[in-house]
Structures are given as structure tokens and as C-alpha cells.
Design a protein. Structure first.
Lengths: 246, 233
């Protein structure tokens, strides 16, 4: 008996069965439901404001890897990097009473939070870094969300494979104390590869939620009309899970 | 079969309880899908580390091969597709194991068949058991399972499978705020990921031994009994 070919045959049978399920609308609905159950179970078990672990300076990773876009790569961005992002603006718009347009100076003058946290990539690796910036809740309170706002969308300057990067979170994560708009990594302005001049830190979710090269924060009632409608770049182009707490 | 020992008054009439059979086959499906989708996830970053963090090749304690498509779900590299399966099947896998524990504590399967006696831990007894296994002599004496079986089944139900679930949770950033003590206990997130991987292969090793021994000890009867329940001997 060629055991290896039997195993390979069984594997192929299983794989075919699995791909049939995965391609069906029922399969897709199940996957979405499972992701949703994980979110609800985690929120129920951990509490909405429960904090991600923070670390000591000694545990900071010597080199903080960049992943995804490592630069915006446009002449405009290169010029902005050159002059210290003096003209960079972060807009807070959408379903808010008072839209904002903030300079880096404005952002640095807000009350700051510094946190040494572990960045967990969906691929499996982790790195520890010290991030500084105002809490997103400060910006959202200043802009005052309209009651129908349910999600916060982060729009970015970088493009991957011809599409603009964006991400989104719910209001639980948006108002979480560790959700900050970071302008510094390990006490220095954000390096280009890590999202200069501004990036999100959403510490209870995987790395692809932490949008880099941030230009606009938008409050919305639904994600259907944003990008491809799945709530983020990786969600749209490759079917990644919207809730990335697991 | 000869009755050798006095038995408690209430004996099950079937060799395998319905709960055991249902869980066994549910668990087979879950473990296969979890393992094959897990290999696909491993391909996304085929290095393992100890401690909290790690991403560079020089920090790794183990460099893994790329697992081929026939061994993964989906059958081509797709981290998001593999995660879809892994995170969906994690539910029946975990709930099934919990239900099995409740059932085998309630129907006394655990106490009756899986707990070991102190005298079974004597080296002479263990040696005799190993020798009997090597002769393919599977006469269990009075109990349902011999010492090595109790150790194997107990280890899978009590350590490997729950360990997979706990270390899987420990990798999840969303649960860590209330589960940080466990992440600390195993030495950090990357340690949890390493243990998750080792336990997965430990489970496969058990499955291979289990299947070999089932084949050696009358596969038709064994399979039939795990479906119909068989008759208690």
C-alpha cells in the first residue's frame, strides 16, 4: 500500500470538500459569524476597558520591523518627510459635530499617553515598542460624535497594489484608553517604515488594524460604502477578518 | 471474556458511551481541520521563538519548513483562508472538549477508566506494560485500559488538547487583557505560539500511535465499536 499517496488522496478529498464549503455563501456566513462570536466572547470575558499588557523599557525590541507599506513613496511624501511634516494635516470628519484639521504641533500639544506594548502581526511574529501620542478618545470627544456614528475609519496616505490603505474599528476600541494616535516610537519621531508621521495603535488587535501614514479619521454609521465594504484594506483584497483580536 | 475482578454494581452495557463516540468523531474532524489550517498559518511566518517577542531569523529557536499544499487547508497559501477555518473550527473543538470532560466526569468514565493507581506507577509495572505492548499483547487484565493507554488518553484529554486551546487563546491579543497571567505562565506570547506548535505535533504523534495500535488490535471491531458502542466486556 502506498500510504503516502493514500494520505495525499485523503488530504486532497478533504481540501476539495473544504474549498467547496469555503466558496459557498453558507461557508462565508459561518466564517463571519465565528469571527463575530470571538469578538463578543472576548469582549464579554475581558471587559471593554481591560488593558493590554505593558512592558518595561528593557523589553523593547532592538529593531522594530516595518511590514506592509514601508513608505508612501510619492514625491509629495518625500518632500513632507524632508521638512518634518510641517504641513501634514490629520482630519477628523464624518459623523461629527465639529470637524477638525490638526497639525502635528496640535497633536503633540494634546495630553499624551506613552505605552510600551507588544505588536502582534497576523503572520505570527511580535515586536515590543514604546509609543507616544494622544488618545483617540480625546480627538473624538473634541469633534463630538453624532449619535448614529458606530465605526471609526482610518484613512492613510499609502497605497498597496494600487489601492488606498484604510482600516476601521468599533467604538469600544476607539474609546479604549490604549488606542492612541502615535507620533513617536521609542522616544523619537516615527520612522518612515513604521508609518511617519502618524499611525494608530489599537493594542488589543493584530497589526494590520494599526493604520500607518494616517491622514483622516472618519466616523461612520456603516462600513458598506467605504473602500470595498469589508472594513479595511486587507479585509477587502484578501478576505482577512475584520475583528483581529484573535 | 473472563471476568477477573469484582466490579461496581452499575456497569455500562456498552464499551463506549454515546458521548464518547460522538465526541471522538467530532474531535477527529476538528483536529484534522485545525492541524491542516494551522500548517498553512505556520507558513506565514515559519519561525518559532521563546519569550514575548521575536521576528528576526537570528532570534528563532526553530526554523520550520514550508508545509506543502496537500497538507494544508486551503490547499494553497492563504493566511486569511486558513484563519477562517482555524477560528471557525476552534469553536466545536473547544466546546466539544469541554462537553466531553463534563460527560466523562458525570458518567464516571474518567474516574473508572482513565485515572491511574499509585501501584501502576512502579517502574517494574510500567516496564512489564511496555514489554507487553512490544509483543502486541493487548490483554488489559481487569480494567478497561492498561497503564500506557490511561497515560496516553489522559495526556491527550487532559494536557495536549486543552493545552492547544489555552495556548491558542494566549496568542490572541484580544483575550490577553484578562488572560495575561497564563501568557506570563508560559513565558510570553511567542512561547505560547511555540508550545501551540509543539502540542499540535504531539497530538499528531498520538494520533499516529493510536491508529497503528487500532490496526494492530483488530481495526474492524475497534472502528465498529467506536461507531455503534460495542458491548462492554
Amino acid at each position: 500500500m502506498k500510504r503516502r499517496s493514500v494520505i495525499a488522496g485523503l488530504g486532497a478529498l478533504l481540501a476539495t470538500g473544504c474549498s467547496k464549503v469555503a466558496d459557498s455563501s453558507t461557508g462565508q456566513a459561518l466564517f463571519k459569524a465565528a469571527d463575530d462570536w470571538h469578538r463578543k466572547a472576548q469582549r464579554a470575558l475581558t471587559g471593554r476597558k481591560a488593558m493590554a499588557p505593558e512592558f518595561s523599557r528593557a523589553q523593547i525590541s532592538p529593531y522594530f520591523r516595518g511590514n506592509g507599506s514601508l513608505t508612501v513613496g510619492t514625491p509629495g511624501y518625500a518632500a513632507a518627510l524632508e521638512n518634518g511634516f510641517a504641513d501634514w494635516r490629520l482630519k477628523v470628519t464624518g459623523l461629527v459635530e465639529h470637524p477638525l484639521s490638526l497639525s502635528l504641533d496640535n497633536i503633540r500639544r494634546l495630553p499624551q499617553r506613552t505605552q510600551i506594548t507588544r505588536h502582534d502581526c497576523v503572520e505570527g511574529w511580535s515586536a515590543i515598542g514604546e509609543w507616544t501620542g494622544p488618545q483617540l478618545s480625546l480627538l473624538l470627544e473634541a469633534a463630538k460624535l453624532k449619535p448614529e456614528a458606530r465605526f471609526i475609519v482610518f484613512h492613510c496616505a499609502d497605497r498597496l497594489r494600487g489601492q488606498s490603505y484604510y482600516e476601521s474599528i468599533d467604538l469600544d476600541d476607539a474609546f479604549h484608553p490604549q488606542t492612541i494616535v502615535a507620533h513617536s516610537l521609542n522616544g523619537a519621531p516615527l520612522p518612515e517604515r513604521n508609518g511617519a508621521p502618524l499611525r494608530m495603535r489599537i493594542e488589543r488587535q493584530l497589526g494590520y488594524k494599526h493604520a500607518k501614514y494616517l491622514t483622516m479619521i472618519e466616523a461612520v454609521a456603516s462600513l458598506d460604502q467605504i473602500g470595498g465594504g469589508q472594513g479595511g484594506y486587507w479585509e477587502d483584497v484578501a478576505g482577512y477578518q475584520w475583528y483581529a483580536g484573535i | 471474556m473472563i471476568r477477573r475482578t469484582k466490579r461496581p454494581a452499575k456497569r455500562p452495557t456498552r464499551r463506549h458511551a454515546l458521548s464518547t463516540r460522538l465526541w471522538h468523531w467530532l474531535n477527529v474532524i476538528c483536529v484534522v481541520i485545525m492541524f491542516m489550517s494551522g500548517l498553512n498559518i505556520s507558513n506565514a511566518h515559519p519561525r518559532l521563538y521563546w519569550g514575548q517577542a521575536g521576528f528576526a531569523a537570528r532570534e528563532a529557536w526553530l526554523h520550520l519548513p514550508t508545509f506543502p499544499g496537500w497538507a494544508t487547508i486551503p490547499g494553497y497559501y492563504s493566511l486569511s483562508g486558513a484563519r477562517d477555518w482555524h477560528l471557525l473550527i476552534a469553536w466545536p473543538f473547544a466546546i466539544g472538549l469541554l462537553a466531553m470532560w463534563v460527560a466523562m466526569l458525570a458518567n464516571r468514565h474518567f474516574v473508572r477508566d482513565l485515572t491511574t493507581r499509585l501501584n501502576e506507577w512502579r517502574w517494574s509495572a510500567i516496564r512489564a506494560d511496555i514489554a507487553a505492548h512490544l509483543r502486541f499483547d493487548f490483554d488489559h487484565g481487569g480494567g478497561k485500559y492498561n497503564f500506557l493507554q490511561k497515560l496516553a488518553y489522559g495526556g491527550v484529554l487532559g494536557i495536549l488538547l486543552p493545552g492547544m486551546i489555552l495556548t491558542g487563546l494566549a496568542i490572541s491579543p484580544g483575550i490577553e487583557p484578562s488572560f495575561g497571567w497564563f501568557v506570563q505562565l508560559v513565558g510570553g506570547r511567542q512561547s505560547a505560539r511555540s508550545i501551540h506548535f509543539l502540542f499540535a505535533w504531539g497530538t499528531v504523534l498520538f494520533a499516529v500511535l493510536h491508529i497503528v495500535l487500532v490496526i494492530a488490535s483488530g481495526p474492524i471491531r475497534q472502528l465498529r465499536d467506536m461507531v455503534t458502542g460495542g458491548r462492554a466486556s
